[in-house]
Ligand binder design. Structure first.
Ligand SMILES: [Zn+2]
Length: 89
């Protein structure tokens, strides 16, 4: 009777543990295949579209950049300092 109970508790736990390990392995494989995938341009800042700072020439991601509208066009800068320099020029 006790052996029967142990089997009913331990066996499902082992199955769950096995499924979890299997999923972990699959997920790890999926992650490494994602990180190994070639990315378009080499980015100094990760993520998003890259724009060139016209003042210092650094490529900045759109999300991280400081923006300013010049003649209806949005210009991207790496920092407020570069934006101010552009304004002064
Ligand atoms: Zn800059």
């Amino acid at each position: 009777m006790i052996r029967f109970l142990i089997l009913r508790i331990v066996f499902p736990l082992l199955v769950l543990w096995f499924i979890r390990a299997l999923l972990k392995t699959l997920f790890a494989g999926f992650q490494s295949s994602v990180t190994q995938a070639p990315k378009a341009p080499p980015a100094p800042h990760a993520g998003g579209e890259l724009k060139k700072d016209p003042v210092c020439g650094t490529y900045v991601s759109v999300e991280a950049s400081v923006t300013k509208k010049v003649n209806g066009e949005v210009v991207h800068f790496c920092s407020p300092a570069c934006r101010d320099k552009f304004r002064a020029a």
